[in-house]
Design a protein around this ligand. Sequence first.
Ligand SMILES: Nc1ncnc2c1ncn2[C@@H]1O[C@H](COP(=O)(O)OP(=O)(O)O)[C@@H](O)[C@H]1O
Ligand SMILES: [Mg+2]
Length: 295
Amino acid sequence: MLSFKKSSPSDWLASQNKYQSKKTSLKAKTISVTAGKGGVGKTSVAVKMAKVLADSGYKVLLLDCDTNLSNTVVKLGLPITNYFYELVSAQREFEDCLHRDGHFHLLSGCNGSIDLFNKNLEIDKIIIDILVNHEHDYDYIILDCPAGITKETLTLNAYSDYRFVVVTPDKSSVTDSYSLIKILNKEFGVNQNHLLINRVSSEPQYQRLVKTLSETVETFLKCRLHILGGVKNEESPVDQFDTILLHKENSSLHKNFVKFVKKFTDEIEGEAIVARAQLASRKTKRLEHEVHFTA
Ligand SMILES: Nc1ncnc2c1ncn2[C@@H]1O[C@H](COP(=O)(O)OP(=O)(O)O)[C@@H](O)[C@H]1O
Ligand SMILES: [Mg+2]
């Protein structure tokens, strides 16, 4: 007699749901932080999210996909290296290219490397290779994407499990994000994205943007936007922004990020529980069918 037959598979699964660690699945969830437009806050969002996730106990790899204009190291105040070039030219192992800080790992890019420039690499293939080889070592892999809507960047966006589209309230940013979502939909069949509004000045402005973008994307593209939230425009001098973002834990900026990262991880863990319950249910049905068949 199989004991788990007494309760439904989903009940049984829920009762087993005592996480030893924060690991949500066997394979990392990949998130592209993207926008089309430059300067809207992609790198700020990617770095901060990666840090908040790592501080919450998840193992995180941040991949700087702006491979020859790497801003992640700059934001974090780390030394610039040529490791990415050394990695792609097989001079250095992946593990020796990482910057590690607890659960947070970073693979940065180069900064104006002539050697990398002349190598003419297919960056999407290289990044996907890295993802495939290391997806079992992390809970989350975050891709800090470059500006522009090149085929390479869009391929990476489409390959990712989730896309966080960063938009600022100016018209060009809104238009560019719509163009990105449109091409992702028409060329790659992507119909779900997450939206994060950065540099928000007021609640009405935020609500207006969420409504306009969600409705436009739904009406014209039949796509869904999951709303992550808004990040307010920090009024402090530009050269102090990174310090406030990454080192001031009592700032509203920090609290804002903690809030939307929690919202997102809750959403993912909810999805994972449902998926496991469905799998268990399918297995139980198959088993019952087999038992019935051999009886
Ligand atoms: N919420 C914000 N409030 C104020 N300034 C911001 C905010 N987010 C980003 N910035 C500013 O915008 C600059 C560009 O951000 P960055 O993350 O490098 O954008 P991207 O990666 O999209 O090019 C940052 O250096 C910072 O000065
Ligand atoms: Mg950037």
